[in-house]
Design a protein around this ligand. Sequence first.
Ligand SMILES: Cc1cc2nc3c(=O)[nH]c(=O)nc-3n(C[C@H](O)[C@H](O)[C@H](O)COP(=O)(O)OP(=O)(O)OC[C@H]3O[C@@H](n4cnc5c(N)ncnc54)[C@H](O)[C@@H]3O)c2cc1C
Length: 494
Amino acid sequence: MKSPQLGFVLALWLKSAASIEGSGYSNATIDVDVAIIGGGSGGIHSAIQLKDAGARVLVLEKKDQIGGHAETYINKETGVVNNIGVSVFEDTDVVKRYFARLGVPTSSVSASPPSTLYDFELGIPIPPPDEGAQQAILAAAKAYSQNVLSKYGWLDQGYFLPDPVPEELYMPIGDLAAKYNFTALLPIMARFNWHFGNQTKVPALYGIKDFGPDFLRSTFGQLIVSGTGNTRSLYDAALKELGSSVLLSTTILAVNRHSTGVTLLVSQNGMVKTIRAKKLLVAIPPTLQSLKSFDLSRSERALFSRFSSLGYFTGVARVPGWNSRSLANVGAFTPFHQPLIPGSRAFRATGTPDEFYFGVGFPTDQVADEDGKAVVRRQLATLAEAGAIPAAAGDAVTFSASSFHMPFNVRVGAADIKKGFYAELLALQGSRNTYWTGAAWAGHNSALVWKFNEGTIVPAIKEDLGLEHQLPLSWNSHLHLTPWMLTTISGVKH
Ligand SMILES: Cc1cc2nc3c(=O)[nH]c(=O)nc-3n(C[C@H](O)[C@H](O)[C@H](O)COP(=O)(O)OP(=O)(O)OC[C@H]3O[C@@H](n4cnc5c(N)ncnc54)[C@H](O)[C@@H]3O)c2cc1C
C-alpha cells in the first residue's frame, strides 16, 4: 500500500488536533531515534537497553504508570504488599542482569506446593498429591524435557518456527502430552501459567512456549522475585532512569510510517504533540482494537485480525473472619484436573488476616469487572456451603483492589500456526521502520519478552540505527539459530 504524503497527513492531524475540545496543540516537535509505544514489560526493558546503546528513546504509555501487568496492592493499615499481577520471574541471567542494571535487589523463592485443594465449582475437597503422584509428576517432567524440550527448547527465543511447521506444534498440548508421556505435568503447567486456556484445545506451541527449559528448571528449583517484595520496584527504578523519556497518560492519535521514519501525533493532558522518530517499536498487544490509530497495511491488518485472547481478572478481596486461609482450585472431574473456566485459580492468603488474593480466568476478553466479581462471589458461596471458609462469605465479600488484564494470551489457532502465521508475523519486523515486541511475540512471561528483546529486537534496531551491537553470549553460544532468527538479527529486511 502506498504511504500517504506526510504533509497531507500532518495537515489533517493539525486540523483534528485543533478540533479536540480543550486541547492545546504544542508546536514543539520531539525528535528521537526510537519511539516506543507501550511502557510495560517489553517496552520499558527495550527502552533501557536502547538508551544504554546510545539511542534517544521516548516511551508513550497510555496509563498513569509504567509496568503493564505489574500491579501492586498495598494494604493501607497493615502495609502488606501484594503483587496482583506479575510476581515471579525465571531464574536466568537475562532477568538478573536487568534487575542489577536498575539497582533493584532480587531474592529466590521455591515454588510452594498448593495449599488446601478444593473443586471451587462443586465444593469438593481434593486430597493433596501423595508420594506416588509426586513421583509421576517428576517422571513426566523428565519425559517432557527429554522428548519435547530437546527438540523445541529454542522456542524460548521466539516463534522462529521451521517451514513446514511440525504437526507436534499445532496439535493440542494434551495430545502431545499423551504422545510423550507427560500428562502428569499438565496440571503443573496450568498452575504456573495461569490463566493458560483449555489444555485439550490449546496448540502445543503455546504449552511449550509457556513452559520452556528455563521455566521448567526454575519451577522445580528457584524462581526470582523482587527483593523488595514489590515487583513495581523495578518500574519505579526504570521510571527514574528514563525520566522525561517516558510520557505517561498519553493517547496515540495517529501513526504515520513513511520512507524516512515515523511521525506520531499524541495527546497528553490535553496537549497534542508531534513526535518524529527514526524507528518505531510497538510494545502493546497487536490487536486491531489496540492499533486502531495506526496506518496498518493490508498484510498487518490481515495478520493481526487472526489473534484472539483470554481475560484474566485479579485482585485482593476481604471476607471478615477469613483468617489467612489459602485454597487452590482443582477440577475434580475435568481433563487434567484443570479448574473450570470462567473460574478462579486460588484464594490465597495475603498476609493481612481478612484479605485474600484471587485470580479469575475467562475464555474471552469480552468481559467486565462485574463478571469477574460475580465468579468470585459464586465460588465463595460454594466453598462456604462446603464449610471451607466463613459462612455467607459470598455475600460478605468486598473488593479491596481489582484489575482486568486484557487482552491476555494473544494467540492464533492451530490452522494458522500450520499455515505459517508466525513466519509471516516475524517478517513484519523492521519493515516500515517498525519493530514489534511483547507477549504476543515472545510469550506471556517477562523473562521471555526480555530474552526476545535482547536476542532479536534490540540488536536489530541497533543495527538499523547504525549503533554498534554484539549478540549476547547466551544467545549465540548454545542455541540452534533458525534462518528466521539469523535474518532478523542481521537486520535483513523482508
Ligand atoms: C495477572 C498476570 C500475572 C502475570 N504474572 C507474571 C509473572 O509472575 N511472571 C512473569 O514473568 N509474567 C507474568 N505475567 C505475564 C506478563 O503479562 C508478561 O510478562 C508481560 O507483562 C508482557 O509484556 P508486554 O510488554 O507484552 O505487556 P504489558 O506489560 O502489559 O505492557 C503493555 C503496556 O502497553 C500499554 N498500552 C496498551 N495499549 C496502549 C496504547 N494504545 N498506547 C500506549 N500504551 C498502551 C499498557 O498500558 C501497558 O503498560 C502475568 C500476566 C498477568 C496478566
